[in-house]
Design a binder for this molecule. Structure first.
Ligand SMILES: Nc1ncnc2c1ncn2[C@@H]1O[C@H](COP(=O)(O)OP(=O)(O)OP(=O)(O)O)[C@@H](O)[C@H]1O
Ligand SMILES: [Mg+2]
Length: 155
């Protein structure tokens, strides 16, 4: 477990950027936190770190977006507007099973039954004007990536 203190949106972006630099195929990132906590800002940083050139927009209304122009393909999903009965139709389980890149899921707790057994979870919380990000790794791949990530970020 690791807690990052992020005093600005730029720091949230930089934390994501560091993960994008070291992420490996098969990394799944479950993003938690209330409205405006920084999940999309972080995801934009990951995309930037992967070298994605296309603008990374909030996928809230389109549920899943793929970005294929970076070092690894990136899948960005947002479960905020989903009702539980809609999740099977969204195809998230199938997408994550075969995804040979990095996958980020905003509002992951809404689709927790549809996530794989191993992932990085990040809980963003408001602290005054800034945020904290509490990160947990499940499984060998994600633990190894977390080590690389904290080194890359410089902690
Ligand atoms: N560490 C930070 N300190 C201050 N502001 C931040 C920080 N990180 C992100 N922000 C700002 O918070 C706002 C909301 O961020 P963002 O859209 O990433 O949140 P979100 O968790 O994706 O929200 P939603 O649940 O609506 O999808 C943005 O204006 C962003 O610049
Ligand atoms: Mg968002």
């Amino acid at each position: 477990m690791h807690v990052f203190h992020l005093s600005s949106a730029e720091e949230t972006h930089a934390l994501g950027h560091a993960l994008g630099r070291v992420a490996r195929a098969g990394v799944v990132v479950a993003l938690h936190g209330e409205l405006g906590a920084g999940k999309t800002t972080f995801s934009q940083g990951v995309g930037h770190g992967l070298g994605v050139k296309k603008p990374i927009v909030s996928p809230t209304f389109i549920l899943m977006t793929e970005y294929d122009d970076g070092r690894l393909p990136m899948l960005h999903a947002d479960a905020y507007r989903l009702d539980a009965h809609e999740v099977p139709d969204m195809g998230l389980d199938e997408a994550l099973e075969v995804w040979a890149g990095v996958a980020l899921v905003e509002w992951a707790s809404r689709v927790s039954e549809h996530l794989p057994a191993e992932y990085l979870s990040i809980h963003f919380r408001h602290t005054g004007a800034g945020r904290t990000a509490e990160v947990h790794a499940k499984g060998d791949l994600h633990s190894a990536v977390m080590t690389d990530w904290t080194q890359q970020y410089g902690v």
